[in-house]
Design a protein around this ligand. Structure first.
Ligand code: SAM
Length: 307
């Protein structure tokens, strides 16, 4: 019975709610994915701190960042190895961490929020799973969920897009891919690009209700909600805000706009009989989308198809 209880505790990994752990025991071997604060340092979980105290090996995106967090919470690193790892680290570093995780507890943290969510860790987890290692979540803060919960937008279904591409044409194409998404669309964006990205939202997806959640859990936390066009002109006028931001868009109220393939098919047909300008105008009117967007595609197709 005692053995059974001990094995349950060890498996319970850093104190799962239904099996309080004996904190004097080492953590069971495996890869532990630790979510860290996105602002307020106290947002680290009790279970997360416990894992930091007890792990055999500490791995993280930036050792200075994790060391600072541990210092703040009075968790000594001691003589334990602290290894920097991100998805572009060498195969060697990853292989060694995975070999370690087979016999020791390895906690991995990115700089802020949940690892793998627009952050490193994906390849580590994929390979850990393919080696049948234990992969354990130590959940906690993530900007995407914090932003959604305060936004006032529907939460029953949502899509998370990570970061949009920084270049305009790629970003517009990226936005078009999300046009048929049935729920709220959430993405991360640099405050420097907020105005231009929101302008692209208006051009590609129409003037949807939008929310910008900035500096969540920090002193100057702010959530602004308005039409995408109003927010875009506010940021144009005021200049880029400081800090970090999440953009959220309300689901479309109108039927899904046409996909890139539909636009291209209509353009190829029109270009057989019309000039680029006329084909763009005709397809834009036919599919109710802005002419500017169709014009660029028409130009590209005409150039590609030129003899
Ligand atoms: N893994 C993190 C997570 O779970 O949220 C995200 C890391 S990603 C490299 C950083 C982006 O997350 C920022 O550019 C910003 O878009 C968003 N973000 C992080 N902290 C934030 C905060 N306190 N307020 C608003 N957005 C934040």
């Amino acid at each position: 019975m005692a053995d059974k209880a001990r094995s349950k505790r060890r498996h319970g990994a850093a104190g799962a709610a239904d099996s309080p752990d004996d904190v004097s025991e080492p953590l069971a071997p495996g890869l532990y994915l630790l979510s860290t604060p996105i602002g307020a340092a106290d947002d680290i979980t009790i279970r997360g701190l416990e894992a930091l105290r007890r792990a055999d090996i500490l791995a993280c995106e930036d050792t200075r960042v994790l060391r600072r967090l541990m210092d703040l919470h009075g968790v000594p690193v001691g003589g334990r190895p602290m290894i920097a790892y991100h998805d572009h680290s060498s195969e060697d570093v990853r292989r060694r961490l995975l070999e370690d995780a087979a016999t020791a507890s390895v906690v991995y943290a990115s700089d802020a929020g949940t690892p793998l969510i627009a952050d490193p860790g994906y390849r580590l987890v994929v390979e850990a799973r393919s080696r049948n290692l234990a992969v354990v979540a130590l959940p906690g803060p993530s900007a995407v969920l914090a932003a959604l919960t305060v936004s006032g937008l529907p939460t029953d279904r949502f899509c998370f897009g990570g970061f949009p591409p920084p270049k305009k044409s790629a970003r517009q194409k990226w936005l078009r891919e999300w046009s048929a998404a049935p729920g709220a669309l959430i993405f991360y964006e640099s405050p420097r690009r907020l105005a231009e990205t929101l302008e692209d939202v208006v051009d590609v997806l129409g003037d949807r209700e939008a929310v910008v959640a900035r500096e969540l859990t920090k002193k100057f936390e702010e959530t602004r909600r308005d039409s995408a066009s109003a927010l875009a002109s506010a940021y144009r006028k005021e200049g880029p805000p400081k800090g970090e931001a999440v953009v959220l868009l309300a689901p479309s109220k109108s039927p899904a706009p046409p996909q890139e393939e539909d636009i291209e098919a209509a353009l190829r047909l029109a270009l057989k009989e019309m000039s680029v300008k006329d084909a763009a105008r005709s397809v834009a009117d036919q599919l109710s989308i802005p002419r500017k967007i169709v014009y660029h595609s028409a130009l590209r197709i005409a150039e590609e198809d030129a003899p």
